[in-house]
Design a protein around this ligand. Structure first.
Ligand code: NAP
Ligand code: MN
Length: 267
């Protein structure tokens, strides 16, 4: 068993990372940032997202664990004061995990430039720099609507509590293999019409966003933003890869949602 640690730069996260290293050494668990079996992130959901993108090329051999040093997160199960029990679980690890779907984004360009593939754990958004995005939305081969507005957000089930929720999307249970498309400020009047509600597509379907002429678009993949020029089409579907979390104990998803968004105001 080889473990890598990634922390954010908050003082408490740096301290927790130091303490975890000591505990791992005492337990004779090897620390290997290059080829780990498990990545432990220390910080928040954002820290786990950056760990995910850093190790995205080795998802088939890697499992993730999130320790949170702030509020309870959606990808972070462990508190900083539980490190001893976490190391104990690592010692008794028998490879148990839970897997969640990822979003596969492929960008097709005008001309002979080769298409580009990206992965997202939470979501990908498409926007137009300094203007209204005008794009045709297809579900599989079929034209669905012409979208006009600020942008489109396509999220995974675990990402549904992130940006998706802020733009009015539903919270999806992460055991569902589905993707959700939510609108970001669509223009709706007597001339322009979109569905105006989030929609959830099935496992084997894809969302395709096309423009009549190639355009420059701002694409986000979780916390990463890239500007893509000469874009003809963007395809979004559930990725073949999935993300795996080492699961030594279980917190019910809806309890977590209630904890994170409602709090304990009835107690
Ligand atoms: P950030 O700006 O620090 O994150 C915004 C907040 O979203 C943080 O509180 C973060 O938690 C939380 N978050 C991240 N993933 C989540 C998830 N799956 N469910 C619920 N909350 C989640 O940037 P970041 O930490 O690098 O995270 C990037 C993500 O932030 C994006 O993928 C997007 O989902 C989300 N975001 C949301 C908005 C919005 O709601 N208007 C705007 C931009 C980005 P931590 O504090 O634990 O890191
Ligand atoms: Mn953050």
């Amino acid at each position: 068993m080889k473990v890598a640690i990634q922390n954010n730069d908050k003082e408490i996260s740096v301290e927790v990372a130091e303490k975890l290293k000591e505990l791992l050494q005492a337990a004779e668990i090897e620390i290997d940032p290059t080829n780990p079996d498990i990545l432990i992130t220390i910080g928040g959901d954002g820290t786990l997202l950056s760990g995910f993108h850093r190790y995205a090329h080795q998802l088939d051999t890697l499992r993730f664990i999130g320790v949170h040093t702030g509020r309870l997160g959606f990808y972070t199960d462990w508190r900083e004061y539980e490190l001893e029990s976490l190391v104990e679980s690592l010692k008794n690890d028998d490879g148990q995990y839970v897997a969640y779907p990822l979003l596969d984004v492929s960008v097709v360009y005008e001309g002979d430039r080769q298409e580009n593939n990206f992965l997202a754990l939470n979501e990908s958004t498409i926007q137009k720099k300094g203007g209204t995005l005008v794009s045709d939305v297809f579900i599989n081969e079929d034209h669905f609507e012409r979208f006009r507005g600020d942008g489109i957000c396509v999220s995974t089930p675990t990402g549904s509590t992130g940006y998706n929720k802020s733009v009015g999307g539903a919270v999806l249970h992460p055991s569902l293999e589905a993707l959700q498309m939510a609108e970001i400020a669509s223009i709706n009047n007597r001339v322009f019409r979109t569905l105006s509600s989030p929609l959830v597509i099935a496992k084997d379907e894809e969302i395709v966003i096309k423009s009549s002429e190639a355009q420059e678009l701002v694409l986000t993949l979780d916390h990463i933003t890239t500007t893509e020029t000469d874009v003809k089409e963007i395809h979004m579907k559930i990725a073949e890869e999935s993300v795996r979390f080492a699961r030594y104990r279980h917190m019910h998803f809806w309890n977590r949602v209630s904890d994170a968004f409602i709090g304990d105001r009835y107690q």
